[in-house]
Design a binder for this molecule. Structure first.
Ligand code: C2E
Ligand code: MG
Ligand code: MG
Ligand code: MG
Length: 285
């Protein structure tokens, strides 16, 4: 009996690691077919003006609806897509999807705001990617200022001339660039000068303790002043509480993106949000 029990308890513990490995392996296999099976969709998270509470933009965030596992987080599958190179096709799909969505809103005279898209370094390393983007903008007859591309410092740190070239093509087109997750990497001032970003997004990990930790609020204040001095807008990511919101308002942060106003929502819900004049905070008690 004892041996049997041990066996039953022992096996699941051993198989947790196996399970993780198997899941990664299976996700990687399935990722190859996810595009052709139409399993991706875009969610949108509003960017809200701190002073008017109006939606002034949104970030497009990919979701993978897996037939067996349900919704798989981009935090789990984007790294896999990067490793396997599948990110190139997925990234192209995201850009096309967002551009077609913008076209559709314009055609239907729906309310529309600029949309930001996360761009992987792998896409920027493709020699013809600037052309690809140019074509899509033309096909959909879009005002390029309706698009913003979010990149992270690690993308710039590769210091590849192809990346720089592609970014310049994109900027010359009129697409805005933003520096994502600022505060997590080297937070280099050099890059701020080199690329003239339109927007700088302060990472959630930094906003988290802003109310409790005076150091975090002092540094946030300095980032905001620096950004404004260089003519950039500042977005605070991951704002969840009223206290954070009030403090960021005092620090003259421009925009808020976080659960305080809205989680990322599906297309239908986002279209309803766009029809509102201004957003009310979501009160959690
Ligand atoms: P990110 O670009 O920094 O996106 C912001 C992430 O923070 C999103 O996670 C969003 O849901 C989450 N977030 C926003 N506000 C709050 C908040 O108040 N509290 C908390 N706890 N979280 C908040 P998500 O959608 O899971 O995406 C994770 C990351 O995956 C993104 O980080 C981005 O790096 C990557 N990603 C998402 N979509 C794409 C895509 O289309 N292409 C690429 N290349 N990467 C993507
Ligand atoms: Mg982002
Ligand atoms: Mg971010
Ligand atoms: Mg992030």
């Amino acid at each position: 009996e004892l041996g049997k029990d041990n066996y039953i308890f022992y096996l699941p513990i051993k198989s947790i690691e196996e399970y993780k490995g198997q899941r990664t392996f299976m996700l990687e296999m399935d990722l190859r077919n996810a595009l052709s099976r139409n399993e991706f969709c875009m969610y949108f998270q509003p960017r809200v003006d701190v002073f008017t509470n109006k939606i002034v933009g949104a970030e497009a965030l990919i979701r993978w609806n897996h037939k067996e596992w349900g919704l798989v987080s981009p935090q789990e599958f984007i790294p896999l897509a990067e490793e396997t190179g599948l990110i190139i096709e997925i990234g192209n799909w995201v850009v096309r999807n967002v551009c077609e969505q913008l076209r559709s809103w314009l055609e239907n005279r729906h309310q529309v705001v600029p949309i930001s898209i996360n761009i992987s370094p792998k896409n920027l390393l493709k020699k013809d990617w600037g052309k690809y983007v140019t074509e899509i903008i033309k096909t959909n007859k879009l005002d390029p200022t309706l698009l913003e591309f979010e990149i992270t410092e690690s993308t710039l740190m590769q210091n590849e001339h192809i990346v720089r070239n592609t970014l310049n093509i994109i900027k010359d087109l009129g697409i805005k660039l933003s520096l994502d997750d600022f505060g997590t990497g080297f937070s280099s001032i050099t890059y701020l000068k080199q690329y003239q970003f339109h927007t700088i997004k302060i990472d959630r990990s930094f906003i988290k303790n802003i109310v409790l930790d005076p150091q975090d609020s002092v540094i946030t204040n300095a980032i905001i002043e620096l950004a404004h001095g260089l003519n950039m807008k500042v977005v605070a990511e991951g704002v969840e509480t009223e206290e954070q919101f009030i403090l960021l308002n005092q620090l003259k942060c421009d925009e808020i993106q976080g659960f305080y106003f809205s989680k990322p929502v599906c297309l239908e819900e986002f279209e309803m949000l766009l029809l509102r004049d201004r957003l009310e905070p979501i009160k959690i008690d």
